[in-house]
Design a protein around this ligand. Sequence first.
Ligand code: PLO
Length: 511
Amino acid sequence: MIVWLGCALLLVSVLFLISFWRMGFRSHGDVKYPKSLPSLPVIGSLLHLGNHLPPHLLFCNLQKKYGSLYSFKMGSHYVVVVNNHEDAREVLLKKGKAFAGRPRTVTTDILTRDGKDIAFADYSPSWKFHRKMVHSALCMFGEGTVAIEHIISREASSLCQTLASFQTIPLDMAPELIRAVTNVVCSLCFKTRYKRGDAEFETMLKYSKGIVDTVAKDSLVDIFPCLQIFPNKDLDILRQSVAARDQLLYKKLKEHKDAFSGETVNDLMDALLKAKLSMENNNSNIPQDVGLTEDHILMTVGDIFGAGVETTSTVLKWAVAYLLHYPEVQKKIQEELDAKVGFERYPLLSDRKILHYTEAAISEVLRIRPVSPLLLPHVALKDSSIGEYTIPKEARVVINLWSLHHDEKEWVNPNLFNPDRFLDKDGNRLYSPNQSFLPFGAGIRVCLGEALAKMEIFLFLSWILQRFTLEVPEGDPLPDLEGKFGVVLQVKPFRVIAKMREVWKNIEITT
Ligand code: PLO
């Protein structure tokens, strides 16, 4: 027995030494690999990552020991972490196509029916085609049309009415903000909207939380897929939430199919159905090998819907949390609104050109609390390089946006919320004061909803602040600013008092 134990120990130690040697000194001849954390067979570098910090902060801290580009093994996967803008831009822009892949993981496969969506799907001609199609559909129904301004303003107005009805009662704004942004994507995807308390909306809130809590956060099953065979509470929640989402999406698909004439395209779902029909009739120039199945339509709409809701509402929640911490910023935004929009009309999208401070404050929220602090992981589709380092095919590349947005070489006092850094000395807007700002990612995988999100954030915030001052209810703590890491950087719940501003109490604008 003791002999066996001794042999086993010896074997483990030899394996450990070999793998340590391989990972730590991965550099032969001209080929230079990024410095690596030590790793063990099977578990990889897990013991060196088992820190209490959330990954974006841990990866940021590891730079002190390993430099800004380093690697580690997550189970059997080789992962490279990028922490500066030069390398990030090389990966996303200069070599975008070489790094355009996505890893397949257990949780994202459950969410997307094995990658039939856009955000989590691996690079392929079919993916490229779907993405292009959704992009043009989004342009048709959203970005760039007056219709979208009308839709967002209608929701902003409804949101303000709800806030007004609470007067001095403390309110958790999160469900209200979520409903407002949900109604915008709902209008684009399905041409419908939800009233307060709508049962379908409540179902959606619940399943979306279930998904956000469990998907794509490098849980153990994503690292070691074989663990799926054991009971797993998170996977159960994910499967139940995905089933609830699918039920909702099927219902929408059926309603659209029943009503679809083949000609009039009212929303994104119609646009996808039309593309599918054209393909089946083979009467268009859509390539045959791209396969636009019903699953693709459902997953794509699920992506747009999920992304549109979770990301934009998260930014708005962060914005409110910061405005409560920095009332002087809130006051300056209100002064700008009073001076440039006044009291006889509501803010319009065209005001973005003149409301420099408001726009700067929004950029600062996106900098200080990026919704997706590690973006989504990229995969090298072929042998490539970052700077002087070789990156082998299939390496996973994580862009640590948090490090870029908090880089002390690029930002003065990066932990300070200071919209002025996005303004020049004359108060004019600087779109990006330096290169280390990529809140929507960049390149071939850049966020599809960037323009839509910017319109929504601007209109919702300016409508709210024009009429209300947001305050922390007496006795409540200030909102937590750390957040909870997941597929988005979530904001912990907090309450607000939305006090109608004195000047607005007697004003009624007719629209
Ligand atoms: C949010 C929960 C939804 O129920 C499903 C969903 C779909 C698309 C995901 C989104 C979730 C989270 C934010 C993601 C988005 C695609 C792109 C976006 C990951 C999981 C980001 C930030 O990259």
